[in-house]
Design a protein around this ligand. Structure first.
Ligand SMILES: *Cc1c(COP(=O)(O)O)cnc(C)c1O
Length: 409
């Protein structure tokens, strides 16, 4: 009776008793946890007893959110962080050592691209490949390759990685397969089904959905054999090897980086998660309808959206994902200034961020990909006129009316 995606999220808190018979997990803001018996405090520190010691390493409100995310991803455990970037950076710092090599998709969220540049300064080598073809990933592998990193639907150009075949390759070679599921969210896609080892979600986007809290999560799917991974420190080699990876990410990630998710944010994100399925259905349906409208419009020269038949991975997206998602990018006819166009939109908001209930638009080359420079932008297929649209849950007629008038202007 608790099998459905939304049912599981809604009833997850009540799986453990909650004080005063609350029907959802309250917000625990305490930083310290006092134990009547000092021996229990020692046991918690040693991991011999469940419990909390100090707020940087987690608290009950965040733990309740972590168990919801594990359920959504069908994983064995999740560690939350203060942002999606904190989750990626903490996991990489916890798992990699100098001299290691990582193969990454070249179609990357801009800030992840920046982080990988920084890791390169610390003697970790990153190779970028077009991950829409597994052959490119395979050719880039080296004896010191420790992991492969991809996004599901890349932002902003919506390329889709060769997810299943990369999963087979990583399983064959014993590599950590790290999938950023932010753009699809666990409602549209479970990376575990393509043999992902670790899944990262920026909770700031669809899972939270309301644009009122930042957060990130790393989930272990339970598929990777941590005994074969050379970078696990002896301290984290507990009785059950399935726990080694997430334990090291949690312990070292939260301790060394300290980017802990605050209880207030965890609470808001957990509220958002309850309606993830409803919002994703509505936003995806809006996005498909709007993409079809824009694709027919004479003043729009390109629409990048996996739901359109001319998208290179349209068929693959249909096989892998529950819907085609709620993010698209467009290019306008040459004579239209994209900033003037954005100013003519009355409902759609010019803003960074995506996965919000409200429809947001951003000129990509001039903002989020500005710092990267023209060469790297060209490599990533980012035209100067590219506009990214994150479609919300407004009434579709209002969205179409707004784009119509802005294009007519
Ligand atoms: C936004 C985003 C992130 C980073 O998440 P923050 O919570 O903003 O730090 C990582 N990956 C993808 C694909 C994103 O869209």
């Amino acid at each position: 009776m608790k099998n459905g995606f939304t049912t599981k999220i809604l009833h997850s808190d009540l799986e453990a008793p909650i004080e005063h018979f609350s029907v959802l997990k309250p917000m625990h803001t305490a930083v310290a946890f006092g134990y009547p018996d000092a021996r229990d405090l020692v046991k918690v520190f040693k991991g011999e007893m469940p419990g909390y010691a100090y707020g940087r390493q987690g608290n009950p409100t965040t733990a309740a959110l972590e168990s919801k995310i594990s359920k959504m991803e069908d994983g064995i455990a999740t560690a939350c962080f203060s942002t999606g970037m904190a989750a990626i950076a903490s996991a990489f710092i916890a798992l990699l050592r100098g001299g290691d090599h990582v193969v990454s998709s070249s179609f990357l969220f801009g800030n992840t691209n920046s982080l990988f540049g920084t890791l390169g300064q610390f003697d970790c080598d990153i190779s970028y490949v077009d991950a829409t073809r597994v052959e490119n990933v395979e050719q880039a592998l080296r004896p010191n390759t420790r992991m492969v990193f991809v996004e599901t639907i890349a932002n902003p150009r919506t390329q889709i990685a060769d997810l299943a075949r990369i999963g087979e390759l990583c399983a064959r070679r014993g590599l950590i397969y790290f999938v950023d599921n932010t753009m699809t969210s666990p409602y549209l896609f479970r990376p575990k089904q393509v043999q992902a080892s670790l899944v990262i979600n920026s909770l700031t986007k669809y899972i939270g959905g309301h644009g009122n809290a930042l957060g990130g999560a790393v989930t272990d799917t339970g598929l990777f054999d941590w005994k074969s991974f050379p970078n696990i420190y002896d301290n984290y080699k507990t009785a059950n090897p399935a726990n080694w990876g997430i334990l090291q990410i949690r312990k070292k990630g939260l301790r060394d980086v300290g980017a802990t998710l605050a209880a207030e944010a965890a609470h808001r994100l957990a509220m958002g998660a309850e309606t993830l399925a409803l919002r994703m259905e509505r936003a995806s349906a809006n996005c498909l309808q709007l993409a079809r409208f824009l694709a027919r419009h004479p003043k729009v020269t390109k629409v990048y959206y996996p739901g359109l038949e001319d998208h290179p991975q349209h068929k693959l997206a249909g096989e892998l994902f529950r819907t085609y998602g709620a993010l698209m990018s467009i290019e306008l006819a040459d004579n239209i200034d994209c900033l003037d166009f954005l100013n003519r939109l009355q409902l759609v908001i010019s803003s960074s961020h995506l996965g919000d209930n409200r429809t947001l638009a951003i000129p990509v080359a001039q903002t989020i990909y500005w710092e990267m420079g023209p060469e790297r932008r060209a490599e990533m297929g980012i035209a100067d006129s590219l506009i990214r649209l994150s479609i919300g849950i407004e009434d579709i007629d209002d969205l179409i009316a707004d784009f119509s008038q802005a294009l007519a202007g």
